[in-house]
Design a protein around this ligand. Structure first.
Ligand code: PLP
Length: 385
């Protein structure tokens, strides 16, 4: 059996061994509670603070602006709930049709509770119209929330420009940067962002830890109320080992940023160009210029992506049909639908996402296997017709 080829790094990432090494002592001998007043507890609290500084360094912000959360979903929910809690006369939310379900489903639930939500569309490249976004902001808008990088297509929104618009219109701005952090350089110092969410498991860190950046200019109402942890901004005894892991993963991501934008991009491009050259009737979904360096969303004409997934799985290759959360369901991706693509194009699309732990040999094997899988399926559908 050949080793697994993991080309689904936007779903989650393999742990970096250096991250595991850093967190292990906090699962064994360093088990103290960071809130305890004695030295053993203080040592643990210092490790949490070091992790906070490392995450802040990756984002170019102050450590006091980082709150650790249980995941990216919690960070996204907390940002919106905080903004809605500030002023009863500002209860309108602006977001887009291509967000992750941790935003879309939350906004749908808010709509059922009477909040008005404006859903901005995107064009066929996956981009928002900034003039439309500006027009959508009203005096009663509590928050604008748009993702930085799309998890399915990798398309990047012009976040600093959106932040400037929101600042000018005196509205809070949150970005779900869960796919962007660690893949593109981010510098929050001097920016107009109020909130930014990130998630550890997209950065070679374990699942179940994330962080919310809350700019020091922004009032914040805690989502989880309890023992006053996280400087009173999130109750609950800290998940110390995972927080330490996130700090190390952030440090490593900062050091590998150059690699992410050169060698990971080169792997992705080699794969993508190889697919376009060897398989007829394929199309790249989304803005190829303003895109994450690791993501490729490819549509194959006359193909059901679920069938490709199964055959690639048999060959030991992991990728995804749309986002991980929609994988396994037959609903065409809401992102590709919002870009104006037909159900057939959306159902024929696959996402391949790379990381610094992928190799050229893996790309070569995937490029060897995929054309065979696609031609086999196309032949079968011709015979069935
Ligand atoms: N937002 C985006 C863009 C994502 O890709 C994901 C995970 O797939 C999330 C939010 C949710 O993050 P978590 O799994 O840490 O809750």
């Amino acid at each position: 059996m050949e080793p697994l080829i993991y080309l689904d790094n936007n779903a989650t990432t393999p742990l970096d061994p250096a991250v595991v090494a850093e967190m292990l002592p906090f699962l064994t001998e360093l088990y103290g509670n960071p809130s305890s007043a004695y030295g053993f507890g203080k040592k643990i609290a210092e490790a949490v603070e070091q992790a906070r500084s490392r995450v802040a360094a990756l984002l170019g912000c102050d450590a006091r602006e980082i709150i650790f959360t249980s995941c990216g979903t919690e960070a996204n929910n907390a940002a919106i709930n905080s903004a809605l809690s500030l002023d009863p006369d500002r209860q309108h939310v602006v977001t887009t049709k291509v967000e992750h379900s941790s935003i879309t489903k939350h906004c749908e639930a808010l709509a059922k509770r009477g909040h008005e939500i404006t859903w901005l569309g995107v064009d066929e490249t996956g981009q928002v119209d900034l003039a439309e976004l500006e027009r959508a902001i009203r005096p009663d808008t509590a928050i604008v929330s748009t993702m930085w990088a799309n998890n399915e297509t990798g398309v990047l929104f012009p976040i600093q420009k959106i932040a400037e618009i929101c600042h000018r219109k005196k509205t809070i701005f949150h970005t779900d940067a869960i796919q962007a952090v660690g893949k593109i350089p981010i510098s929050l110092a001097g920016s107009h962002l109020n909130f930014l969410s990130l998630s550890g498991h997209k950065l070679h860190c374990p699942k179940g830890v994330g962080a919310l950046y809350v700019s020091r200019r922004t009032r914040f109402t805690p989502f989880l109320i309890g023992g006053g942890q996280e400087h009173g901004k999130r109750g609950g005894t800290e998940n110390v080992a995972s927080i330490v892991a996130l700090g190390k993963a952030a440090e490593l991501a900062g050091a590998a940023m150059e690699e992410e934008n050169t060698s990971v991009r080169a792997l992705r491009d080699r794969f993508e160009n190889g697919v376009l050259e060897t398989i007829a009737d394929t199309h790249i979904n989304g803005d190829r210029e303003h895109r994450l360096p690791n993501t490729s969303s490819i549509a194959f004409d006359e193909i059901e992506s679920e069938a490709v997934l199964m055959l690639l799985d048999n060959a030991g290759i992991c990728c995804s049909a749309g986002s991980a959360c929609t994988a396994g369901s037959l609903h065409p991706s809401h992102v590709l639908k919002a870009m104006g693509f037909s159900n057939d194009r959306a159902r024929g699309s696959l996402r391949f996402s790379f990381s610094r732990l992928n190799t050229e040999t893996e790309v070569a094997r995937a490029l060897h296997t995929l054309p065979r899988v696609i031609s086999k399926l196309r032949e079968m559908s011709t015979l069935a017709a």
